[in-house]
Design a protein around this ligand. Structure first.
Ligand code: ADP
Ligand code: MG
Length: 262
């Protein structure tokens, strides 16, 4: 087996990173059916930074869970990097989830007994990366989130902000095409939340595609595009305004600029 490709975040595809059409998700609740998502259309291009907003119960988490391949839609299409994901088996979904998606949760979801290093290594264990290579990449990713001096700490020996940064390192370690975060600052105080958002800004500047769910305007202000859900449908979308690294470089050279308004 060849060594892992570290830069899988940019596999060279030119189409949208994710595209959903007519996406629906129902839940049976006794004799009732809850239409958590009705018919969502959304495309997100490479290096976009999108905030999904909307009131409680509008379908944000359901959408994120489908985008993150944690759940399957009842209707509609989901393409990730051009590949049709809706309709795959659980095993195929698990594979895509491991390779293509980094997921950050409000409650961190770290293994309590494992060190920061071990937590970040885990996705690479599932990906079959060998021991020393896995250690190296997990350590490198922890340094990237400024936790180089906390690798042997367990979650209960870390602050909330540090835990969330471990979770972000775990999400990034496989070089996912897409970073998804559901209320990533929801359990953090304002200052710590700002640190996490500053990290997202940095990752975005480095080319990472990010979709974040939030109900806080301050969090959404960091994103470059805001999609508002209501009753399981898109109510408004101020994008898409894809900004590529190439376009930014062209803008800074003063070439025909595709610069975004911020
Ligand atoms: N597993 C589930 N079973 C039944 N109903 C659910 C389930 N998950 C979500 N719902 C319902 O779907 C709707 C959307 O929920 P959710 O996506 O969690 O909204 P949000 O994250 O925007 O608060 C809500 O009415 C919620 O009660
Ligand atoms: Mg939610």
């Amino acid at each position: 087996m060849r060594g892992p490709n570290v830069s899988r975040a940019g596999p060279g595809a030119t189409g949208p990173v994710l595209q959903v059409k007519g996406l629906g998700r129902d839940y049976a609740m006794g004799s009732e059916t809850v239409h958590a998502l009705r018919a969502v259309d959304l495309a997100v291009a490479r290096n976009e930074y999108v905030a999904i907003m909307g009131p409680s119960g509008s379908g944000k988490s359901t959408l994120m869970n489908i985008l993150g391949c944690l759940e399957s839609p009842s209707r509609g299409e989901y393409r990730l990097n051009g590949r049709l994901v809706s309709g795959l088996t659980d095993a195929e979904l698990a594979h895509i989830r491991n390779r293509e998606i980094g997921f950050v949760f409000q409650t961190f979801n770290l293994l309590a007994r494992a060190t920061a290093l071990r937590n970040v290594e885990l996705p690479l264990v599932y990906a079959g990366v060998r021991n020393d290579e896995r250690r190296r990449r997990a350590a490198e990713t922890l340094r990237r989130v400024q936790l180089g001096d906390r690798m042997q700490h367990r979650p209960n020996e870390l602050s909330g902000g540090q835990r969330q940064r471990v979770a972000i390192a775990r999400a990034l370690v496989t070089g996912p095409a897409l970073l998804l975060a559901d209320e990533p600052t929801g359990n953090l105080d304002t200052r710590t939340g700002e640190e996490v958002l500053a990290l997202f800004d940095e990752l975005h500047a480095e080319g990472q595609t990010i979709v974040v769910v939030t109900h806080e305007a301050g969090v959404a202000a960091h994103a470059r595009r805001r999609v508002v859900l209501r009753d399981g449908a898109v109510e408004s979308d101020d994008g898409p305004r894809p900004v590529t690294v190439a376009a930014l470089a062209a803008g800074s050279r003063g070439a025909q600029s595709e610069e975004r308004r911020t």
